[in-house]
Design a protein around this ligand. Structure first.
Ligand code: HGY
Ligand code: MN
Ligand code: MN
Ligand code: MN
Length: 396
């Protein structure tokens, strides 16, 4: 779909972080998509691009959205495809002369991935009233604060903390997103109905030992932080494999002094845990803390863990799921139901309104990489399902 390619960036893959020139360029294209869909685009205080329908219809609005940002060297479809499909569905309904009896908005959220700053979901949290102003002090790798980055896009702390939507002004939120997994491909289905979105927590884990000359310090008696961290990583991984549906990932690891001929005195890693059950997730994280302490004691190093991020699991609304399912049937599509292991903007929009998600099949189930791909045919299926879904909501 050439429109998706409009928002590509210098390769490999796509790197479009929030509040960057790449973000600004994407906003220009997304604004065009919105205008072609009969929407009026405006940037809100969290730099969410909001495309509002001009219809005279009043009453609670139906919101359709996803995120414009990507991970580093990510894929072309994650997030932004959902914004495009929302626009194309409204454009198609308008071309068929369909006047929806409720206001509709398409939202392009600035930051869902949480790659540039150690926080995420700024846009949905500003709309739901759950925005924590303290995150404005968080800095990126270049010591640029979120507040300063946001101000480049016209956002101010006052405005971003006061743009909460009234719950009775919003009827529902729909997010269309690539599955980022293999289930739809295995089911030979172009689309799927999401039942719920996993909760997620991120922890910073630090093992601290003693450095020394790699050539002169005997092996016995070393207090090597990396060796302890390595045992922790392996045992946490093996423990997670025993729990159905739980995902535990150590995605980053940094060492000090991080030189080839010195024993690591510090190993700092991030442990991310996800599950559809918040209880399973928090119990696993607690067991990882016990394990870390046990390993540290056995290896004469110290262990510290601190939670830096968490987001509760959220169910999708059963009535909206049924409406999506019926819409898929209208289009001759048998859309399986499946949970989302990835988190989404919808996770935070659930604090504002009822949510539903439509997954689109992606090739080999891969995402967050340049190979990420969704076919035009499957995206067109999602456009058709979205049109039928909106028609069904209009008929209720
Ligand atoms: O990490 C996630 O699940 C999402 O892709 N940001
Ligand atoms: Mn995403
Ligand atoms: Mn993603
Ligand atoms: Mn999302």
């Amino acid at each position: 779909m050439s429109k998706i390619a409009q928002c590509s960036t210098a390769g490999p893959g796509v790197t479009r972080l929030p509040y960057t020139p790449e973000h600004a360029r994407a906003l220009e294209h997304i604004s065009d998509w919105m205008r072609q869909a009969g929407l009026t685009p405006r940037l809100d205080a969290a730099a969410t691009l909001v495309g509002s329908s001009a219809s005279a219809a009043n009453g609670p609005a139906v919101l359709i959205g996803s995120h414009q940002d990507s991970v580093r060297e990510g894929g072309r479809y994650d997030g932004i495809m959902g914004v495009l499909i929302g626009c194309l569905a409204l454009e198609r309904l308008a071309s068929e002369g369909v006047e929806l009896p409720f206001p509709v908005e398409v939202l392009a959220f600035a930051d869902e991935e949480g790659v540039r700053f150690p926080t995420a979901l700024i846009g949905p949290r500003a709309l739901s009233g759950r925005f924590d102003p303290s995150v404005l002090d968080m800095q990126d790798a270049n010591s640029v604060s979120l507040q300063s980055a946001l101000s480049d896009f016209g956002g101010t702390p006052e405005a971003v903390t006061t743009q909460q939507r009234a719950q009775d002004a919003v009827r529902a939120y729909l997010e269309i997103h690539i599955e980022q997994g293999p289930v739809l491909e295995q089911s030979d289905a172009p689309c799927g109905i999401v039942t719920g979105i996993c909760g997620i927590e991120r922890n910073t884990v630090t093992f601290s030992g003693e450095t020394g000359h790699a050539g002169t310090v005997p092996m016995n008696g070393r207090r090597d932080a990396l060796v302890a961290a390595s045992e922790f990583i392996t045992r946490v991984h093996d423990a997670a494999r025993q729990i159905d549906g739980l995902r535990a990932t150590v995605g980053t690891l940094s060492l000090k002094p991080d030189v080839v001929n010195a024993i690591p005195r510090e190993a700092q890693l991030t442990l991310e845990v996800r599950a559809l059950s918040d209880q399973v997730r928090t119990e696993f994280a607690a067991s990882a803390q016990v394990l870390g302490t046990e390993i540290a004691n056995a290896r004469g190093v110290s262990f510290a863990i601190s939670r830096t991020y968490d987001q509760a699991a959220v169910p999708c609304n059963p009535d909206l799921m049924a409406c999506l399912e019926a819409a898929a049937t209208d289009e001759g599509i048998n859309a399986p139901r499946l949970p989302s292991g990835a988190t989404h903007d919808a996770s935070a929009m659930a604090d504002l309104c009822d949510i539903s998600m439509l997954f689109v099949r992606c090739k080999d189930g891969v995402s967050h990489c340049p190979e990420e791909y969704a076919s035009d045919a499957d995206m067109d299926a999602a456009i058709r399902v979205t049109c039928s879904y909106l028609r069904r909501l209009a008929a209720q």
